[in-house]
Design a protein around this ligand. Structure first.
Ligand code: FRU
Length: 497
């Protein structure tokens, strides 16, 4: 039965989404239906389409009173909104339905697991959250919370671990049919750990092991875990809070972490062999993956940085968009990402230039726009010495620009939105150390009105940033200090229907 709280949210979102024009949103990236969006939740394939839920406050473009918003897509690019799926309407979740996941039950129903938050206000004005894991079952539109909720609570965590930081369950079904789920938690040492639970049926859950412990290496609390097999290894994704940078890795404070290694299913222990950031730009957090029917592991993240939320004015009608869904694979022991191949279907109006040699600012006929897919190959011009710097500038007019620049001597790629029109002194730049010999570099740059995603060297790294520059700033130009030789292949990205 739909509660009054959920009915109100559904009524509100239906009426207020009409106030947002299509052109005021990203085109093929999912943005919030109305109000505020953070983490992707319940990314799943169910009844012939992909479902994506998200952390949602329909009533204002700021974080509050977490609901689950809901959208579906067949191709990861054209999204349809469905009515809000969950509202904080029970005694055990009245202060929020936090992040979680989804899977399909043998009887064809969809199972959601999420974190229920209960906030106790103390007499001295302080408050304290208790987080538990809860279930809801539904048909792809309407969901009923289970009578046995919460299904995981304080008695189900290791001694000394915190019930205040116990959240974001991600479920999957193991090859032997057992249901498994990983949950982020804070142990007694104050850092993060990932707990593993198993269940014969998706409803009765039992603690199995501490899958991985942070031991204060990567930040503090580990949020939003995901765990899956990929190309012969096991991959643990998590979003640690309060990370310290290490060289060029982990510059985002609340950032993303990918651990690649082995998993012993008997003991429920993960052994790490490699670690790296998932995204090296500014705006990417709390990603979640889905396995497609054709065997691809596709990841989507919240295209935002918690510390840079004031980039968008509080008067805007919507806040929050998701990244482009990305196919994951391993190569040379690293995590690689590339835009979902469905994006190729949106490419129109090919414009290409080969062997363009330049040593100042140039623009090229036919290359402009804010919904663009562009492949660049850089190298020093023949017979010339190594260039000092290359820059691609976009979302550009006389006043504004965002730039991706490369210094081959240091092998540093930088994204910079300082001049994108923001009046806030927040994070505007991020640098990444990339693989390049002799000034050669490959970039694929995807623009969608309010964002840029840069895929470096066929997916070896990705740098993501949002920018809210007026759409009329649609210029693109190229700059070289020294002499650069470049190939460019550019498409407009056009969604029909
Ligand atoms: C991560 C997060 C999650 C939590 C959700 C609340 O961005 O803090 O850990 O479930 O957001 O909205």
């Amino acid at each position: 039965m739909t509660s009054q709280t959920l009915r109100e949210a559904r009524k509100y979102e239906e009426a207020s989404e009409k106030m947002i024009k299509q052109e005021e949103r990203p085109d093929f990236h999912l943005s919030v239906r109305t109000g505020w969006m953070n983490d992707p939740n319940g990314f799943s394939y169910y009844n012939g389409q992909y479902h994506l839920f998200y952390q949602y406050n329909p009533y204002a473009p700021r974080w509050d009173s977490m609901h689950w918003g809901h959208a579906v897509t067949k191709d990861f690019l054209h999204w349809d909104y469905l009515p809000a799926a969950l509202a904080p309407d029970e005694a055990y979740d009245r202060d929020g339905c936090f992040s979680g996941s989804a899977l399909t039950l043998p009887d064809g129903r969809q199972l959601l697991m999420y974190t229920g938050v209960l906030r106790e206000r103390k007499e001295n004005g302080e408050h304290c959250d208790t987080q538990t894991q809860c279930l809801a079952v539904g048909d792809g539109v309407d969901y009923e919370k289970c009578a046995g909720n919460p299904v995981l609570e304080k008695n189900d965590i290791p001694e000394g671990s915190s019930v205040h930081d116990f959240r974001d369950p991600k479920m999957w079904q193991a090859e032997d049919g057992t249901y498994c789920c990983v949950v982020g938690n804070r142990p007694a040492d104050g850092s993060g750990q990932i707990l593993l639970y198993t269940s014969p049926d998706g409803f009765q859950w039992k603690f199995k092991s501490v899958l991985a412990a942070n031991n204060n290496r990567f930040g503090k609390m580990w949020e939003c875990p995901d765990f899956f097999r990929l190309d012969g290894k096991w991959v643990l994704l998590t979003s640690p809070q309060d990370m310290l940078p290490e060289g060029f890795e982990y510059h985002n404070g609340n950032g993303t972490l990918c651990l690649i290694g082995e998993y012993d299913e008997e003991t429920g222990k993960f052994t790490e062999q490699h670690n790296q950031a998932i995204d090296y730009g500014i705006d990417f957090y709390a990603p979640q993956t889905v396995l497609t029917p054709d065997g691809r592991r596709v990841m989507i993240g919240w295209m935002q940085n918690w510390d840079a939320c004031s980039l968008r004015s509080p008067e805007e009608k919507w806040f929050g968009q998701m990244s482009l869904p990305r196919e994951l694979f391993l190569k040379g022991g690293r995590l690689y990402q590339r835009p979902v191949r469905e994006l190729d279907e949106m490419r129109r109006n090919k414009v290409e230039y080969h062997n363009v040699t330049f040593s100042d600012v140039i623009s090229l006929n036919g290359i402009r726009g804010r919904k663009v897919d562009m492949e660049l190959t850089l190298r020093p011009a023949e017979g010339e010495k190594l260039y000092q710097k290359f820059a691609l500038r976009f979302a550009q007019d006389e006043k504004y620009q965002t730039a991706v620049s490369f210094r081959p001597r240091e092998s540093v790629l930088k994204v910079d939105r300082k001049f994108s029109g923001s009046r806030r002194a927040i994070i505007h730049q991020r640098r990444s150390l990339v693989n390049s010999t002799n000034g050669e570099l490959k970039l694929r740059v995807i623009l969608d009105r309010f964002s840029v995603e840069v895929f470096v060297n066929d997916g070896e790294q990705v740098m993501t940033a949002t920018m809210y520059t007026d759409q009329s700033a649609d210029g693109i130009s190229f700059f070289a200090d020294g002499t650069v030789n470049m190939d460019v292949v550019k498409y407009d990205l056009v969604s029909e229907g």
